[in-house]
Design a protein around this ligand. Structure first.
Ligand code: MF3
Ligand code: CO
Length: 264
């Protein structure tokens, strides 16, 4: 069942790591640019400059016609937001999703930035979504089933009562942005493949304060929550390892649940 999922050898993983490191660097630099008063178009333009400076390829620009240099998704936008005239305000959250290509190898990562003074329940949402990502990464080890990754995310998030987005999922990544397998953020009903060392997964929980249901705006990209509730998105590219996922898009964590008094 896992025959069609590529496994990468250590030399290939080193190349993926280079793409992952560039992806993480760009993501963090753009995150530092987000502040009250900037438009999402300005964030996109800043990302374009950083990509130029890094001299790497852009995994999203032109992908299936996607027009942005990154995805920039504010508040109720779950994913695939396109930079436009929307102004970022104090108290908003901005999800940034960045994919870089280096020597034909892909990296993909995302995080949600709190802007200024963000409501307590929203900060909890960010901390829980980021922790959910790491719960998934921990399970990305050889001998596990992919369902262990998906289930760890679902099991961690469920008690908080947040919405777990189902229409968008993580994915394999490597020589293309999207490879096999799909990586849902919940235990699916069908059987999932066993994990082998060297499989590369983009794990990306998308979690909301309300419904799990999303709708796509007429631009055919922007996915918003059906009830207008706010959403968070954290993503890493990881290699399945002997004892857990090796993160190829390493970055510091932002919000630790214990700092918000959330018990794990
Ligand atoms: N991280 C998202 C994904 O892997 C971003 C894709 S944006 C797209 O699907 F424009 F490239 F589709
Ligand atoms: Co992705």
């Amino acid at each position: 069942m896992s025959d069609h999922i590529p496994t990468r050898n250590p030399g290939e993983i080193a190349k993926l790591k280079r793409a992952g490191e560039v992806s993480a660097r760009i993501l963090l630099e753009v995150a530092g640019f987000v502040k009250p008063g900037v438009t999402t178009a300005q964030i996109d333009a800043f990302a374009a400059e950083v990509f130029d400076r890094e001299k790497c390829g852009n995994a999203f620009l032109g992908y299936a016609g996607y027009p942005g240099h990154l995805c920039v998704s504010v508040n109720e936008v779950v994913v695939h937001g396109i930079g436009d005239s929307r102004v970022v305000r104090d108290g908003d959250i901005v999800s940034l999703d960045v994919g870089a290509v280096v020597d034909g190898w892909y990296g993909d990562n995302a995080l949600t930035v709190p802007v200024g003074n963000v409501r307590e329940d929203v900060r909890r949402l960010l901390a829980v979504t980021e922790e959910a990502l790491y719960r998934g990464v921990e399970q990305a080890k050889q001998g596990n089933n992919l369902a262990d990754v998906c289930g760890a995310i679902e099991d961690y998030v469920k008690p908080f009562g947040f919405g777990i987005v189902r229409d968008y999922v993580g994915h394999g990544v490597g020589r293309k942005l999207h490879e096999e397998p799909s990586v849902p953020n919940y235990r699916p009903h069908h059987r999932l493949p066993h994990l082998k060392r060297g499989m590369i997964l983009a794990i990306e929980p998308m979690i909301t304060l309300g419904t799990y249901r999303v709708k796509v705006l007429p631009d055919e990209w922007t996915a918003v929550t059906a009830d207008g509730s706010w959403a968070a998105h954290f993503e890493h590219t990881v290699a399945v390892g002997a004892h857990g996922g090796e993160i190829l898009t390493e970055r510091p964590r932002t919000a630790l649940p214990e700092q918000l008094g959330i018990s794990l």
